[in-house]
Write a protein that binds this ligand. Structure first.
Ligand code: GLN
Length: 275
């Protein structure tokens, strides 16, 4: 069978299995099985595959049909135009989180040497994209999971920012050795009752307790001692969480400005507070 024929069949199978982006995902899986980049794949469409290659590919399609995300199968996910290594120890970066990165860059580039803390860094996507856009920034990236920090370390090395990002293991803001100008966080914020039963992603990166706000609330309380005067706190939130988070921040930081920014789908996604 040729590459093209096998790809066509896989795309049909994935679509029949309710995989939304069957065409793209089929291609990513085939590239993974054959070890080809996009151009190489398109140049080899008429090539005949050997049995070993076919078996390897079918195995990947089977894993996908079983619900495993393509990013875990291939070990790659693009975020803010950078390629990140991901595995099942970390949340797969979401496109809506680019909003948090954009807003932080806009605020931090006005400063000469900002100090930033990315809390619950996971694969390091936020800290690393910030570091690439803000080379003058000193960045701390914390996570409670040692396994996640190992993934973040690999990504720091891959993107040449290991010397500018200090990875720290610990709970929320506790490991920070100093107060910072920016605290940014994409913490778990999914309500316990809305957690998917068969998610491949780590529950610890998604589960925000009964109302989804457990970790965000803890962060807001801890932020008082760790935010420098004139600093900002930027938190990604989920659907319907804007009022609670804004009210909590207004109570904890009475003389501050709070802005809520929607994502491209119109869902309020980012709470930004400037002291
Ligand atoms: N946006 C993610 C989702 O809905 C949740 C990410 C998070 O909890 N930080 O799957």
């Amino acid at each position: 069978m040729t590459v093209k024929e096998l790809l066509g069949r896989a795309r049909k199978k994935l679509a029949a299995g309710n995989i939304e982006d069957a065409a793209i995902e089929g291609e990513l899986l085939l590239r993974q099985a054959l070890g080809l980049n996009r151009v190489e794949l398109y140049l080899s469409l008429e090539d005949e595959l050997n049995q070993q290659q076919e078996v390897a590919f079918r195995h990947l399609v089977k894993r996908r049909l079983n619900g495993e995300p393509t990013a875990y199968i291939t070990g790659h996910r693009e975020f803010y135009s950078l390629d990140f290594y991901v595995n099942a120890d970390v949340l797969i970066p979401r496109p809506e989180t680019e909003l948090l990165v954009e807003k932080t860059i806009a605020l931090a580039q006005r400063r000469t040497a900002p100090v930033i803390a990315d809390i619950g860094t996971g694969c390091g996507a936020i800290a690393i994209t910030l570091s690439r856009s803000l080379p003058q920034a000193k960045i701390y990236a914390t996570d409670i999971s040692v396994a996640a920090l190992e993934v973040a370390k690999l990504n720091c090395l891959r993107h040449g920012v290991a010397g500018r990002i200090c990875l720290l293991c610990g709970d929320t803001l506790k490991p920070l050795p100093e107060a910072v100008d920016f605290i940014v966080a994409n913490l778990p914020y999914v309500k316990k009752t809305e957690m998917a039963t068969s998610s491949f992603e780590p529950a610890s990166a998604l589960d925000g307790g009964t109302d989804g706000l457990r970790e965000i609330q803890r962060l807001c309380h801890q932020a008082k001692g760790k935010l420098r005067p004139g600093g900002s706190l930027l938190i990604e939130i989920g659907y319907g969480q804007k009022e609670s988070v804004a009210a909590l921040l207004a109570r904890l930081f009475p003389s501050t400005e709070i802005e809520v920014i929607p994502d491209l789908s119109g869902i309020d996604r980012l709470v930004s507070m400037a002291c």
